[in-house]
Design a protein around this ligand. Structure first.
Ligand SMILES: Nc1nc2c(ncn2[C@@H]2O[C@H](COP(=O)(O)OP(=O)(O)OP(=O)(O)O)[C@@H](O)[C@H]2O)c(=O)[nH]1
Length: 677
């Protein structure tokens, strides 16, 4: 507990500086709908129908202005605006709570939208996770300081998974407060800790929300005690809710209005607009999400980008309500979108300051660039589809600028791309979106982390693709460095032993071990990134019967004993299968790789040797004896159509093979390798 108490003291002193209306304003919103259909913009009739009795009906204050805008934002100066995020550990109910708030304020009709309304992407719906943070503007009437006042509230629903914490930190930059949602049964989990600190370090007002109190195993008092001991949050400040049944939700928006300060910008200063995110719309070009830090922006204004120096004219401006609704203007403290004739999202740099071309301003600090933790090669399953894949990747990166892409060539797989991702789930999601949204069939190579190799001539090589590491370098190798992370693990106390064993097997160094309460342990480990990239979380879940929660943050590089492991088929190296491993693990990984490959490569008309080698030394070997696969073997009788079908299926399967020298490798073999390494 010592560390928590220390943290609490620091927090107390930090909190002492908190006074309402004194928070630094930074901003952010995010990508909404990949393909917004402007014909579906909310109609006045729809909005009138969906307003809830006691809540503010946005149309009561709407008018149709000359430029067609339907909402008059001039009645919302900064003191009537609240910008807040919903942050939580994965699955603690952020998106469901967001649904309820949208319904309460009449922004969406109750039961009208799909559950988790703001999770728009197919991949989000299929996996039940939030990948992109989403913003929605809501209007709400509240009795504030003795009089009924209309407020404009910007809600940002954020992802819970560690890979997307970059989204969370950008979201928080647009806010002055956050709802920290904690599951009443599960209590504080690893991402609760990580997200709390993100919000705390951004000086946000934090409102604890203990959600899912309808569950039979809910124990709100235990969670309150955890919030007190870990974050020094006052138990009496916690709101108790059930986003499922609606219990306690009426207290959420009043708390947002009363406890979160308004945005602090200056309305009479020149425009400073922070570019939070952008996405590409087929019909309108780049749509930028912005926060107005100072001043105001109107349709027709000329703006300049501080990052590129290019100027644009604003052709549309509005809010996300929750679809795009033109308002003709955005005022200080408001968040919304602008369309300005940018042709590619490369022109829209996240964190950029946009200002009126006629003025000069000090640019805003912007955001730290996203750090790529995992790299993988993406190749078209059919080599002739390179251009199609190129196009698909270009389109997708327009809507996910956190992926880095460079072209590369592999002797085994042909022309492809080396892509950098924020983590393995991010990589998986990108892959899935390529297939689902752009119909691209892709082979991805074993994910690797960025290693640094230093040589005697003081040169450094950053290796994002193991195949590029020279086996016989010109200069003597002086150091190998690998990236590390500090991992936070929260588990029921009875699983401490197995988790310690797992972390030491993964070359982890224990930094902290304490107890949150009588039932839950809290551990911090420094671990090589490579060791957690692939299946660490699955194994952690399996040894703790699914009760572990896990989060990590970048912790720099450490010297390590690394070797390059090559895979050879009939003596020929398969560059796409090369990997870099710790010397002590090379033997085991090599053996597992060749065994896996043996299972997945079909026997062919000749014998195939599969070898794992470090330099010229072979450390594992398997042999696949010769045989032709007869797909008709089990097909008795003379049914021609059935035989034809089987042969066509085989032909189709062959198309999905990759020929390396004389050996065909099925796509599944590459996928299976991901699991071993
Ligand atoms: N019993 C109960 N279930 C809830 C409540 N709130 C949410 N859930 C359920 O919890 C699951 C996760 O809810 P989400 O809203 O998707 O959680 P999330 O935090 O947005 O998840 P990520 O975006 O993946 O981090 C869903 O099955 C919800 O129906 C609640 O108050 N009570």
């Amino acid at each position: 507990m010592g560390s928590f108490n220390r943290a609490s003291k620091t927090l107390k002193s930090k909190y002492a500086q908190f006074s309402h209306f004194q928070f630094g304003c930074r901003s952010r919103i995010t990508n909404p709908l990949a393909k917004t259909n402007y014909n579906r913009l909310i109609s006045p009739i729809y909005n009138l129908g969906c307003c809830q009795n006691a809540f503010f009906c946005s149309y009561s204050s709407r008018h149709n202005s000359k430029d067609g805008s339907t909402i008059d934002l001039s009645q919302y100066p900064s003191d009537k605006i609240r910008n807040f995020s919903i942050i939580a550990h994965i699955d603690h109910g952020k998106s469901t709570l967001a649904d309820r708030l949208l319904e309460l304020t009449g922004t969406i009709r109750k039961g009208h939208g799909q559950p988790q309304y703001l999770d728009k992407l197919q991949v989000e719906r299929e996996r039940g996770i939030t990948v992109k943070a989403q913003t929605a503007t809501m209007f709400h009437k509240h009795n504030f300081l003795g009089s009924d006042t209309n407020f404009l509230l910007n809600l940002i629903d954020t992802p819970g998974h560690v890979d997307f914490s970059y989204e969370v930190s950008r979201s928080l930059a647009a806010c002055q407060g956050a709802l920290l949602v904690v599951d009443a049964a599960q209590g504080v989990q690893a991402q609760t800790v990580a997200n709390f600190y993100l919000a705390f370090e951004s000086n946000l007002a934090i409102i604890p929300v203990i959600n899912k109190i309808d569950q039979p195993t809910a124990d709100p008092d235990r969670v309150k005690a955890q919030l007190k001991s870990m974050f020094d949050l006052d138990p009496s400040d916690a709101l108790l809710t059930s986003a499922k049944t609606g219990q306690g939700l009426e207290k959420v928006l009043p708390a947002v209005i009363e406890r979160i300060p308004p945005p602090p910008g200056k309305s009479n200063s020149p425009l400073r607009m922070l570019l939070l995110d952008s996405y590409y719309d087929e019909y309108r070009g780049v749509i930028c999400h912005v926060a107005i830090v100072d001043g105001a922006i109107s349709k027709g204004d000329k703006i300049t980008s501080a990052a590129t120096g290019r100027s644009y004219e604003i052709v549309d401006v509005g809010i996300m309500h929750p679809e795009l609704v033109p308002t003709g203007v955005l005022l200080t403290g408001q968040v919304g979108y602008v369309v300005s004739g940018m042709r590619s999202t490369k022109e829209a740099r996240v964190g950029d300051t946009l200002y009126h071309s006629r003025s000069t301003v000090e640019p805003l600090p912007g955001f730290k660039p996203a750090k790529h933790m995992v790299f993988s090669g993406l190749y078209p399953a059919d080599g002739s589809d390179f251009e199609a894949l190129n196009h698909a990747i270009e389109r997708l990166t327009c809507n996910d600028s956190s992926v880095s892409v460079t072209k590369e060539t592999s002797t085994a797989l042909g022309m492809g791309f080396r892509c950098g991702f924020l983590g393995l789930l991010h990589m998986d999601v990108f892959h899935q979106r390529l297939e689902q949204e752009h119909e691209a069939h892709v082979i991805s190579t074993v994910p690797t982390v960025p290693y640094i190799f230093e040589y005697s001539d003081e040169s450094k090589l950053i290796v994002q693709n193991p195949a590029t590491l020279p086996s016989n370098p010109k200069h003597r190798l002086t150091a190998c460095l690998e990236p590390t992370v500090v991992a936070t693990i929260i588990i029921p106390s009875e699983y401490v032993g197995p988790v310690i064993t797992l972390c030491s097997e993964r070359r982890g160094e224990q930094l902290e071990h304490s107890f949150i309460d009588s039932q839950r342990a809290f551990m911090k480990y420094r671990l090589p990134l490579r060791e957690i990239v692939v299946d660490f979380y699955n194994e952690l879940k399996s040894i703790t019967s699914g009760y572990a929660s896990f989060d990590y943050e970048d912790a720099g590089y450490q010297a390590s004993d690394l070797v390059k492991l090559d895979i050879l088929l009939n003596g020929q190296s398969v560059d796409a299968m090369a990997t870099i491993v710790h010397k002590t693990k090379a033997q085991r990984v090599g053996r597992e790789l060749v065994e896996k490959l043996k299972k997945f490569i079909d026997r062919q008309m000749f014998e195939i040797t599969i070898q794992a080698a470090i330099g010229s030394k072979v450390i594992a070997r398997e042999t696949l004896s010769a045989m032709r696969k007869n797909v008709l073997a089990k097909c008795y009788g003379g049914d021609v159509t059935r035989k034809r079908k089987l042969l066509e299926k085989q032909k189709e399967g062959k198309k999905r093979m990759k020929r390396v020298g004389s050996v065909d490798i099925p796509q599944e073999a590459f996928h299976e390798l991901l699991k071993v390494s």
